[in-house]
Design a protein around this ligand. Structure first.
Ligand SMILES: [Zn+2]
Length: 245
């Protein structure tokens, strides 16, 4: 079959599929009712109109840049890297102070310093991944909250989670109490939500981290899910369908 597009076959035809990865990518799985989901060569019986998708993941490790001001030194996790079991997704911006230019990475660094918080990674609007804290150290990003009725996670997620911040601003409703009414009117439409470059970088980083620390898909959670009473991020504009895991 063609790499992309629509083909027509007689009903009941058995079609052979072969996923060919471009350089720098490897086959991950099929989406659709194929015979073998995880085999790059498989078949599908076309008994009705179907969409079959081959999912590829990058073979290379993501490029990670050191944060402005360098890596922030933080206490190590109690059991080092074996504590890493979750990934928490967040959004951050400088929209409260600079609503018309909310994405200066040095300002993000200043916000971290001012509030005594930080996350392991921040992904900018161009998809560049910055590391602020080493994975084996505790970053202060999760705060109070609870997850999955697991008492050891209550108000203690920082010990177990890697924090990833996307530079982003949520909907007007989400931001109203976060940045104030005036700043909310100054945000450019393009500055709300997330960019395609960010989704690609996040997908790459998540593949890397979940493989490295054997983190299951269901352990990638949002800050809002951990603390729905106080937190909105990454919010309604974050589209899970744009990342293949
Ligand atoms: Zn957050």
């Amino acid at each position: 079959m063609q790499p992309q597009g629509t083909n027509s076959f007689a009903q009941g035809t058995l079609v052979e599929l072969k996923a060919l990865a471009a350089q720098g990518w490897e086959f991950s799985k099929w989406e659709g009712s194929v015979a073998e989901t995880y085999s790059p060569e498989t078949t599908v019986i076309l008994d009705s109109g179907q969409t079959i998708k081959a999912i590829f993941i990058p073979t290379s490790e993501p490029v990670i840049v050191e944060a402005p001001g360098g890596i922030i030194s933080r206490p190590r996790r109690s059991s080092g890297k074996t504590d890493i079991k979750y990934i928490m997704l967040h959004a951050i911006s400088d929209a409260a102070a600079n609503p018309s230019a909310p994405y200066n990475m040095w300002r993000i660094k200043a916000i971290f310093d001012d509030y005594g918080v930080e996350s392991h990674y921040v992904i900018d609007r161009e998809g560049v991944i910055y590391q602020f804290v080493k994975d084996d150290s505790i970053a202060r990003h999760a705060g109070a909250g609870s997850w999955n009725n697991d008492p050891k996670l209550t108000n203690a997620m920082n010990r177990y989670a890697i924090g990833i911040e996307l530079l982003g601003v949520g909907t007007r409703a989400e931001m109203k109490d976060v940045i104030g009414a005036f700043a909310n009117t100054q945000i450019k439409a393009d500055d709300r939500g997330y960019t395609q470059e960010q989704y690609l970088a996040l997908e790459h980083l998540l593949h890397h981290l979940t493989e490295l620390y054997e983190i299951p898909r269901e352990n990638i959670i949002t800050h809002q899910a951990y603390d729905p009473g106080r937190k909105w991020d990454p919010g309604a504009l974050f589209d899970w369908n744009k990342i293949n895991l």
